[in-house]
Design a protein around this ligand. Structure first.
Ligand code: G6P
Length: 475
């Protein structure tokens, strides 16, 4: 057994909550990392005074643990080859498309998996060094599915939780993976395996029964060594009050006004905010909006679309192709349908600080979230939290995890362009009473099920699955 460190709660995720960047004057600086995982876990780490192990982006190798913004961070180095084979390759060109309904073709390369094993092993070793005797280690997401069993091997005293932020695919798709058994066994190193939705947890248990041959009963897996692993759903959320309060500050209110002014004060602003990812359904959504203008249902004097596309995984080929496709489409729609000073779509390839996002959410009348498949989609919840006056409409894909909770949204099938067009139009034409009835109900849901409640319930369940082991972590 490796000798223990001093942290009672260790979060292990591929990314640190901050990315290393170079300031304009050449000095090193930090910037919040992209994606839902980081925005959800940051408040959890702060509340629990834990340590976060992850990659700060880039290839720098002489990295020491540091504190940023009051958080204890342990950076993991990654070589250029590991970035290519573990991160861009196996994580984002094999697992990501496979777990998202194969909306792009997953690539299977044996060298990529070998590097995935190596990097997972290094993360497990680092976690084993940092965790105190009997500590809780919470491992996150598809990049690190082998870490639970590797860590258990090194430190059987630990209480280990795993949470998957993205969908877990149906058995029919998962079975394509040449390394399916290794991944299932990797996850079974955890005491509790958490998913966004209960269907995902059921997929997992069924696969374990069929492929690994362990006995299962409902959400429990019985291992030959006497250990029990539980698989259950814990739908993730956001820090509701943080967004609700931010949206009501004077600065954000003034900036929201400025944004509406800048886009020509139309009667309705549509908004899309996504990482530039092929799972997000950006292309079909913009096409639907363009057709509504072309058909004469909407007028560019009256309705504009603001699309923020956050740069993501730019070295992966499918992401480059997607960017070109979307930019060509935006150019064509604006060229065909815009007027001087009145583009139909304001397209921004950029990432913005939280205040600017809150201002955009406040400025938007209709939030359009149309992924082809999404684990949860926290942007939908952030929008709801920012609608402090209960106005604002959410158009939401049935294939986002969030659709299970946000039933009062205008739910759409993102593959059905006509259906999406009628929902956009319906949300555009809705009266304030209807919008506010729907928004009130959604705000209540997100307020009650915020990220603190999510973390509390996961950590409480983790302690319950393994009561005789480990210290309790105050959720
Ligand atoms: C999603 C994933 C995260 C990932 C994030 C950003 O939210 O679930 O694990 O960190 O996207 O993607 P990136 O590849 O930039 O880390």
């Amino acid at each position: 057994m490796a000798s223990p460190g001093s942290s009672d709660l260790v979060i292990v995720a591929n990314r640190l909550p901050v990315d290393r960047i170079e300031n304009p004057d050449g000095s090193p600086g930090w910037r919040t990392s992209p994606g839902g995982l980081v925005s959800a876990l940051e408040p959890v780490l702060r509340a629990n005074d834990g340590t976060w192990i992850g990659w700060p982006g880039g290839t720098e190798s002489d990295l020491e643990p540091f504190e940023a913004d009051g958080m204890d961070l342990v950076p993991m180095a990654m070589s250029a080859r590991e970035i290519e084979e573990f991160y861009e390759g196996f994580s984002n060109a094999t697992l990501w498309p496979l777990y998202h309904d194969v909306v792009e073709k997953p690539l299977f390369h044996r060298e990529w998996f070998d590097t995935y094993v190596e990097v997972n092993q290094r993360f497990a070793e680092r976690a084993a060094e940092v965790a105190a005797e009997g500590a809780t280690v919470w491992v996150h997401d598809y990049q690190l599915q082998l870490v639970p069993s590797m860590l258990r091997e090194l430190r059987p005293d630990l209480r280990i939780g795993f949470y998957l932020h993205i969908p877990f695919p149906p058995a029919e798709l998962f079975q394509q993976l040449p390394w399916r058994r290794q991944l299932l066994e990797g996850l079974l190193g955890a005491d509790l395996v958490g998913f966004q939705l209960s269907g995902a947890a059921q997929n997992f248990v069924r696969l374990v029964r069929q492929r690994v041959g362990h006995k299962t009963h409902r959400d429990l897996v019985y291992l030959p060594d006497g250990r029990t692993v539980r698989a259950a759903a814990f739908p993730i959320s956001i820090d509701f009050n943080l967004y609700a309060d931010l949206a009501q500050t004077e600065g954000v209110a003034a900036r929201a006004e400025e944004i509406r002014e800048a886009v020509g004060n139309p009667s309705k602003v549509f908004l899309g905010v996504d990482r530039l990812d092929y799972t997000k359904g950006i292309y079909a959504r913009l096409r639907a909006f363009g057709e509504l203008i072309a058909d004469g249902h909407l007028d560019v004097e009256d309705a504009v679309f603001v699309q923020v596309a956050t740069p993501s995984r730019e070295q992966v080929e499918q992401y480059r192709i997607l960017r070109d496709d979307i930019e060509r489409l935006v150019g064509r729609i604006n060229g065909d349908l815009g007027k001087i000073g009145r583009p139909a779509i304001h397209y921004l390839h950029a990432s913005y600080p939280r205040e600017e996002m809150a201002a955009l959410f406040r400025a938007a009348d209709i939030m359009v979230v149309t992924p082809l498949r999404d684990g949860m989609n926290l942007v939908a919840k952030e929008y709801v939290a920012c609608c402090h006056d209960d106005l604002g409409a959410l158009v939401l894909s049935e294939f986002a995890g969030a659709a299970e909770e946000l039933r009062q949204a205008w739910l759409i099938n993102p593959y059905d362009i006509n259906g999406m067009k009628s929902a956009l139009l319906d949300a555009y034409r809705t009266d304030e009473r209807e919008a506010s009835r729907r928004m009130k109900a959604m705000r209540k849901t997100v307020r009650q099920h915020d990220v603190a409640a999510w973390a509390d319930s996961f950590l409480a369940e983790l302690a319950a699955v393994r009561p005789s082991h480990g210290k309790s972590v105050r959720p």
